[in-house]
Design a protein around this ligand. Structure first.
Ligand code: SAM
Length: 352
């Protein structure tokens, strides 16, 4: 055994302990508005930040030190007393701006919510049973919405829909869209906003998510042309020009059955758009920082979700395009084409 390599590993593992706890620090910083108060404010003392945010100075001081140790904040010296800390502009956008594609806040919220289920999922390793999406902590559901929405906001109407064959013109003219597995409806609402003539229906198996989605649509003043219904990917009704699966096909128990159901509910020249987590076909190519995050989410959220349902295919969040192609083509689609990708997503177009 190489002692130096072992100590390198120990150093990395200690860094990971700091990262795990740092995730909770980020969620606290977001929840209490600590980052938002620091953005553009220059160096602040713990007392100044506590006063700006209505929080207790002693807790804020500890949080500032923890965040400076992780390199999220800079420590600018002792100043007049307890030290000065600032949030660099390059960190402020990812930590405060939910309209930016660089936003990372939602990733921390869903990650924190996921680890709450650690004991439950460890038990599922013994029994092989699943754990439904809707059974997770509310940080998983809200964090998922906040994690994916910035990508949808920045790419969906500007790049992904235009990349599909002939779909943008149809949506502009008033097509029918189904967003299946819509969660809190972030993508559903963005589609309705981008294509005012279209009629959009969001379906999800989880009733609490549909309730949240209905509230989002009401808040956006879109209830006349966005509707949400509780239904699974194998029970939803209606005929659509575009059916979408946003980051959810791999969470389903029966993705093949879902695609076959879509095939029956598409208009004759309709399109299925599948957005999935970014993944390569070969495991070795997924052993990256993004892959590590997705395999972690997949172990705690996606695989248990699929195993909790009939069939229980359990594709996992890193299934890769080749595996998805097999499922889609066996369901009766003639082609599957990758039309776009980001560091977090691949966008696939399936046509009958
Ligand atoms: C990772 S979340 C994605 C939510 C949303 N599409 C988004 O991008 O923010 C997966 C969603 O799929 C839903 N889901 C899982 N299995 C389903 C099924 N068989 N039919 C319909 N929805 C399902 C879950 O309830 C959850 O809302």
């Amino acid at each position: 055994m190489d002692e130096t390599k072992m100590m390198d590993f120990v150093g990395r593992a200690v860094g990971d302990v700091g990262a795990l706890l740092g995730g909770a620090m980020v969620v606290i910083g977001d929840k209490l508005g600590l980052y938002r108060s620091m953005a553009g404010a220059g160096p602040l003392t713990p007392a100044e930040l506590a006063a700006r945010t209505g929080t207790a100075e002693r807790y804020v001081r500890e949080w500032l030190c923890a965040q400076a140790a992780r390199g999220y904040l800079t420590y600018d010296g002792i100043g007049d007393g307890d030290g000065l800390f600032s949030l660099p502009a390059e960190h402020a956008t990812p930590l405060t701006d939910e309209t930016s594609p660089a936003c990372v806040i939602g990733a921390f919220e869903i990650a924190l919510g996921s680890v709450y289920a650690t004991d439950t999922i460890a038990e599922r390793f013994r029994t092989g049973e699943g754990y439904a999406w809707g059974a997770h902590d509310r940080h998983v559901l809200g964090g998922c919405e906040r994690f994916f929405r910035p990508g949808y906001l920045n790419h969906l109407a500007s790049e992904w829909i235009p990349a599909l064959d002939g779909v943008e013109a149809k949506l502009g003219a008033g097509a029918r869209i189904a967003d299946v597995g819509c969660g809190h409806g972030a993508s559903t609402i963005l589609l309705a906003e981008a294509y005012p003539a279209a009629h959009v229906v969001g379906f999800d198996a989880h009733d609490g998510s549909i309730e949240a989605a209905r509230k989002r649509a009401a808040d956006a003043g879109l209830t006349d042309r966005v509707h949400f219904e509780v239904a699974t990917a194998t029970t939803f009704t209606g005929t659509y020009d575009l059916i979408c699966f946003f980051d959810c096909l791999h969470d389903m128990g029966d993705p093949a059955g879902a695609c076959a159901h879509v095939r029956e509910h598409l208009a004759p020249d309709g399109t299925l758009m599948i957005i999935e987590p970014y993944a390569n076909d070969d495991i070795a190519d997924n052993l990256t920082p993004v892959g590590a995050a997705y395999y972690g989410f997949s172990t705690l959220l996606c695989t248990p979700s699929s195993l909790s349902q009939d069939v229980g295919t359990a594709l996992g969040a890193q299934a890769g395009e080749a595996r998805l192609r097999g499922i889609v083509t066996r369901a009766g689609f003639s082609s599957l084409r990758r039309v776009a990708e980001t560091p977090f997503n691949i966008v696939l177009e399936a046509t009958p």
